[in-house]
Design a protein around this ligand. Structure first.
Ligand SMILES: Nc1nc2c(c(=O)[nH]1)N[C@H]1C(S)=C(S)[C@@H](COP(=O)(O)OP(=O)(O)OC[C@H]3O[C@@H](n4cnc5c(=O)[nH]c(N)nc54)[C@H](O)[C@@H]3O)O[C@H]1N2
Ligand SMILES: Nc1nc2c(c(=O)[nH]1)N[C@H]1C(S)=C(S)[C@@H](COP(=O)(O)OP(=O)(O)OC[C@H]3O[C@@H](n4cnc5c(=O)[nH]c(N)nc54)[C@H](O)[C@@H]3O)O[C@H]1N2
Ligand code: SF4
Ligand SMILES: [Mo]
Length: 757
């Protein structure tokens, strides 16, 4: 099987002047990082350059970069910052194309308020003052009638810090992000209960020095998290073995020594069989296991029956391959990483699957070792002084008693559920502020999301674009793009502590404003002036930076600043005593925390549903040129990839008599039909029991002139959600679809249905 090189030509063909950087296998073939601006290809190099620091907002890797303007003062290009370990001077194609977000003429331009005119609901343009008045009055009424805790903030992205501060000052602790229960939550909870620490973001994986990288359902390469992709290229160049477990022949699979095309939903069986082999063959790190772990004897007994022969019948991976790959990992140990993945909410037993991943890493001694997982460090930046927040009278835990006990963050789908009125609910949420998250495409089970929205007394949406969620808002507030604003200091954990500044490269276009300003003005409207005792964000940033020995002026010049680690403890030293932050002070192979909460202390295999005849499992994932639903209208990125395609195995295509390039509709197990059709791509790279599409397409908002109706939405078809009882994650991979080759009546009418904003 070959990867599609034509796609690569298309990418570099669009990015005129782009150079392939690095001669490694990965960068050299599929990932041609563009170094110049895609948008202004024809603009001659300006004579006067003015550059300002930023960090990218196109995804959550937050690469630091420089924005350069041309002599007319217009944004010309964005380049990576060479001192930044997130990007090492190179942005991914999405980051380079980020300029398109600023230039997109479909942007939200003015605050909008929902009003009724002639019996019809419409959005009316408003001033910021009017918009704040409407929101302020409603929020005060909600506080009075139900308590401030009944307001929730859904936020994903940088502005969350300011809006979160405003909400806490108002009296609600309910701030939630989809990056927990729709994304990496199970992984964090699993690693906390095993090692007493999370994996964090950026992941603490020491990929550049690894000798064996196991990707189990994490497709680095299409998942373009920059530094991680670069480190993987570096590791491959240095001869590391890549083992990819994926039912789909992903880009990573094409770079791998072993590709294990596992039957979807059966990963737990493979992981348990690997644990079985590593213990029975005595390939584990004996001194490490003895010194640092708890529960080895229980684990040994527990995995007796989980043999490779047993797993073969479940996973379709041959026992010989299971042993061979286990051997490969053990040979590389401790410089081995069984990658914890990132979007890990699949089948509802995800925390337990990630526990198996954590246990495997522990047995091989990779936690705290070079080429395994390092101990990250970050600077502690104090917050600008403010009065203490009022004590909330109730929290989400009171509203969902006994549920998701081990969740370490607020579960967004839990807030959504608790918004839907029900006789049992102690309190329902009455108002949402939604910032930088397109909940309609982000939360599975759209029926529930819509039912919750229906029940709200206030829905404020802060966004840069007219998305699906904005169509449901009472008030829409247009945020300016990341290129036009200051934000909180980026301060993420890494090998060395490192901070980065984002500052405006230019004035906000239209009547858009930054989140820090929105939070402050809304705060004042709510009478919370005491919490906003500063003139502007520059004062706040300068104060915060001065506490850590820098200043705003310095950061404006250098963009990125590295600090020394307080201790030289990136890895464990051989034989070092170490107390882990778990109940036993050890790495818990047997989890006392799980046991105490009534969950299996060691992972157990349970079978998952398989598709009925004529149906295929709906598999979805990332496309290198896009981020979720946020970039599908970006003029630069639309050029690279205008719509998503449905990967269909040739055997299936033949059965259905469908041709490459033909458009089909999809119908899921609950009779939900996709609003739009999707182009078929016939490929051996997908198993016959599944179909695959990139997430983020199939927009139904007509205001998105480039993205409307392009491709299909996976979210729409994800109505069967398997909730992880441990932490509330939404397992989204138990949905099955069948193909419709003709335009069904329902789909035709759905196509007409749009939201206005
Ligand atoms: N079906 C399905 N659902 C998924 C996933 C999936 O693969 N399939 N993936 C899950 C995962 S891993 C994650 S992390 C989440 C991601 O979930 P989201 O972060 O909600 O993803 P997006 O669809 O990109 O929505 C981002 C929204 O923010 C807006 N936006 C972009 N920039 C700015 C800005 O600077 N300011 C403001 N105020 N708004 C901005 C965009 O216009 C868009 O409306 O989705 C989860 N849900
Ligand atoms: N270009 C780009 N990169 C991104 C993002 C983006 O939007 N665009 N988003 C970022 C974010 S927030 C996240 S969370 C990460 C997510 O990135 P990943 O953690 O890599 O997750 P997914 O994109 O969901 O891809 C999952 C892979 O799992 C495979 N798979 C499906 N079912 C099974 C199964 O049962 N078993 C196994 N073993 N594999 C299976 C799919 O074929 C796919 O290749 O990507 C990040 N990077
Ligand atoms: S990985 Fe790409 S999109 Fe994400 S922050 Fe970095 S440059 Fe931006
Ligand atoms: Mo994510």
């Amino acid at each position: 099987m070959k990867t599609n090189r034509r796609e690569f030509i298309k990418i570099s063909g669009t990015a005129v002047g782009a150079a392939a950087i690095g001669a490694s296998t990965l960068t050299g073939s599929l990932f041609n990082w563009a170094s110049g601006s895609i948008l202004n290809q024809s603009v001659p190099a300006p004579t006067f350059l003015e550059r300002t620091p930023t960090y990218c907002e196109i995804c959550f890797w937050k690469c630091a970069g420089w924005v350069t303007k041309n002599e007319d003062g217009e944004i010309w290009k964005i380049e990576g910052h060479k001192d930044d370990p997130h990007c090492n001077g190179r942005l991914c194609p999405r980051g380079t194309g980020g300029v398109g977000m600023y230039y997109d003429e479909d942007r939200l331009k003015q605050p909008l308020i929902r009003v009724e005119e002639n019996g019809k609901q419409v959005f009316k343009e408003a001033s910021w003052e009017e918009a704040f008045k409407v929101i302020g009055n409603k929020m005060k009424a909600i506080k009075e009638k139900y308590g401030p805790e009944c307001m929730a903030l859904f936020t994903h992205g940088s502005g969350g810090k300011f809006l979160g501060h405003m909400l806490k000052a108002y009296g609600s602790p309910h701030i939630t992000a989809p990056s927990f229960a729709q994304c990496r939550g199970p992984r964090e909870v699993a690693f906390y209960s095993t090692f007493g620490e999370g994996v964090l973001s950026p992941e603490r994986t020491d990929i550049r020095d690894t000798r064996c990288l196991v990707l189990i359902g994490s497709h680095i390469g299409e998942n373009m998290h920059n530094g991680q992709v670069q480190e993987m290229s570096e590791a491959i160049d240095k001869g590391a073995t890549i083992i990819t477990v994926d039912p789909r022949f992903s880009t990573a699979a094409s770079k791998s020594k072993f590709w294990l095309p596992i039957k979807p939903s059966t990963d737990m069986a493979l992981l348990l069989a690997w644990i079985n082999v590593i213990i029975t063959e005595e390939w584990y790190d004996k001194p490490y296991v003895e010194k640092y772990t708890f529960g080895f004897d229980q684990l040994t007994t527990h995995i007796q029956t989980y043999t490779p022969e047993w797993a073969y019948g479940i996973t379709s991976i041959e026992p010989k391959t299971i042993r061979e790959t286990a051997r490969e990992m053990a040979n590389a140990a401790p410089a081995v990483i069984i990658h914890p993945g990132r979007h890990v909410t699949w089948y509802g037993d995800d925390t337990q699957r990630l526990r198996a991943v954590a246990i495997l890493n522990a047995l091989l001694g990779s936690w705290g070792r070079r080429g395994g997982f390092y101990f990250p460090d970050k600077v502690s930046v104090p917050d600008f002084p403010h009065p203490p927040y009022p004590e909330p009278k109730k929290t989400w835990r009171d509203l969902m008693p006994g549920k998701y006990n081990l969740a370490t963050e607020i579960v967004s789908n839990g807030i959504c559920d608790a918004t839907i009125p029900s006789p049992e609910a102690a309190c329902n949420f009455k108002g949402w502020i939604v910032n930088g998250t397109n909940l309609i495409h982000t939360l599975p089970d759209q029926k529930k999301t819509l039912a919750a929205i229906e029940a709200l007394e206030l829905l404020v949406v802060i966004d840069t674009m007219p998305m699906e969620i904005t169509g449901y808002a009472d008030v829409i507030l247009p945020e300016c793009t990341y290129l036009e604003r200051y934000d909180a200091i980026r301060n993420s954990p890494h090998r060395e502590p490192v901070i980065s500044l984002r500052m405006p490269a230019t004035e906000p276009k239209y009547n858009s404003k930054p989140d820090w300003w929105i939070a402050k003005e809304l705060g004042k409207e709510l009478g919370l002036d005491a919490y906003f005792q500063y003139k502007d964000i520059e004062e706040v940033l300068d104060w915060e930076l001065k506490q850590i020995g820098s200043s705003l002026a310095e950061m404006q010049k250098i963009g990125v600043k590295k600090f020394n680690r307080e201790y030289d403890d990136l890895y464990l030293i051989d034989g070092q005593d170490f107390e882990f932050n778990t109940n036993t002070g050890k790495i818990e192979l047997y989890s006392t925390e799980m046991a105490n909460n009534g969950f299996d202390p060691m992972p157990v295999y349970t079978p998952h549903e398989q598709p009925p005849a004529g149906f295929y499992r709906l598999n979805y994932g990332r496309a290198p040129a896009h981020t979720f639903s946020r970039t599908s209208n970006n003029p630069n990125l639309v050029d690279i990839m205008p719509e998503n395609e449905l990967w269909v195995n040739p055997k299936v295509a033949k059965q259905w008599g469908i041709k490459n390039g033909q458009y089909v509709w999809l119908k899921n197990q609950d009779e939900i039909i996709s609003s739009f059709s999707i182009k078929v791509r016939i490929t051996e790279r997908i198993r016959w029991d599944s179909v695959y599409m990139a997430h983020g397409f199939g927009h139904s908002n007509k205001k998105l002139t480039r993205a409307f109706g392009k491709g299909a939405s996976d979210t729409e078809l994800i109505s069967n959600v398997k909730i992880d009882p441990i932490m509330g994650g939404t397992g989204m991979r138990s949905n099955f679809v069948t193909l419709l080759t003709k335009l069904p009546e329902k789909a035709a009418s759905e196509t007409e249905k749009t939201v206005e904003s």
